[in-house]
Design a protein around this ligand. Structure first.
Ligand code: UD1
Length: 344
């Protein structure tokens, strides 16, 4: 596969990361030409090799920090993109509590810069990575986009809420950008080729990488954080969305933004499956899907965890014409294949 030369270019900040790299694949498959901007502070260059293996060619990549105004200006000038998908951000909840300024600086400054550079270079379409973390523990489930946001539990979560506010206010002020903030639920899985996937640094905080590392023998056992919640089996409920489905949602969001003829617009959309799964059901589904046992113990609750959250996905269906297609078992099988590849 070679770049056609006239495929519309899309800047993908954080394009070497977990969700970014899978979105790069979806963009190419949809006829766009992704241009990665990534400083590799929380990603690996091996993602580029994985992309090459999947796509059969290189994707343009700038090893640039999104805070570097001059370098970013040059990229906009050179690439004349049709739109931007802004993934680049730090995402470790615990670290954000210890180092809040690092998170506010890194997660918000580049967003402000994009909102200056996009009008300057006449780029109108922006997809922003937000998170279901903005809902906290909602009173009613499933959560719709109208569900009120709650005060963030961490500086990381706050950067997502503030990021949404910045975008909403910019659009209210008629800064000429069209924005979709996608509120991701819990992204899991990997490309089925096992060429790209999640690369957690150090001990994983998220459930699925911890499961796959335990299954691979890298961790001796998984601790299930609490079994005394008010749920069918006592463990927390989340909405686990396959990263390939999530990637496709970005392509749909870009298409919709591009069709929108207004000068400035802002919308938020939940991206999940609409299904809630308990921690124990994820473990069980993993064991059934892979035929590998996961050694686990029940431990105390993790501070800051919400009991249950899952998405109402009607808006994603109606506005984007998008729906999650992959099953939990498929996602976990892909995550396991990827784990086996990186454990070699
Ligand atoms: C976490 C973040 C959230 C962020 C999201 C990004 C916290 C409190 N929240 O969400 O802000 O947007 O990641 O992916 O960190 N679990 C275990 N044992 C483990 C790990 C997790 O039982 O070793 C449980 C958790 O208690 C939770 C579920 O698995 O019920 C999912 O946890 P995780 O993958 O960390 O995601 P979230 O907490 O939903």
């Amino acid at each position: 596969m070679t770049p056609t030369g006239n495929s519309p270019k899309i800047l993908v900040t954080g394009g070497a990361g977990f969700i970014g790299s899978h979105t790069v694949v979806s963009l190419v498959e949809a006829g766009f030409e992704p241009v990665i901007i990534d400083d590799f502070s929380n990603s690996e260059r091996s993602a580029l090799a994985g992309l090459r293996a999947i796509l059969g060619r290189d994707v343009t990549c700038y090893a640039v920090d999104c805070n570097d105004a001059a370098a970013m200006d040059d990229i906009f000038q050179k690439e004349t993109p049709l739109g931007v998908i802004h993934f680049a951000a730090y995402k470790a909840v615990g670290e954000s509590v210890a180092k809040p300024l690092k998170y506010y600086r890194n997660n918000l400054d580049p967003l402000l810069l994009l909102l200056e550079l996009m009008p300057k270079h006449n780029v109108k379409n922006l997809v922003f990575s937000s998170s279901c973390t903005v809902y906290g523990q909602p009173e009613e489930l499933p959560v719709t986009e109208e569900t009120p946001r709650l005060p963030a539990q961490s500086p990381y979560g706050n950067t997502k809420s503030i990021g949404e506010d910045i975008l909403r206010d910019a659009v209210r002020a008629q800064i000429p950008v069209k924005v979709m903030a996608l509120r991701y639920f819990n992204p899991i899985g990997a490309h089925p080729s096992a060429q790209i996937g999640e690369l957690p640094l150090g001990v994983p905080a998220n459930l699925v990488p911890f499961i796959t590392q335990t299954a691979a023998g890298i961790r001796s056992s998984l601790t299930v954080y609490g079994d005394d919640y008010n749920t069918p089996d006592g463990t927390c409920i989340r909405d686990y969305i396959d990263v390939m489905d999530l990637a496709d949602a970005h392509v749909q969001a870009l298409r919709k933004l591009n069709e929108d003829t207004t000068e400035a617009s802002y919308d938020v959309i939940n991206i999940g499956t609409g299904r809630g799964e308990t921690v124990l059901s994820v473990i069980k589904t993993f064991e059934e899907a892979t035929d590998v046992k996961v050694n686990y113990v029940i431990g105390p609750r993790r501070p800051g965890d919400v009991e249950q959250v899952y998405a109402d996905v009607s808006k994603a269906n109606n506005v984007l014409g998008w729906t999650a297609r992959r099953s939990l078992a498929e996602s976990l099988r892909d995550a396991w294949q990827w784990q086996q590849k990186i454990s070699l």
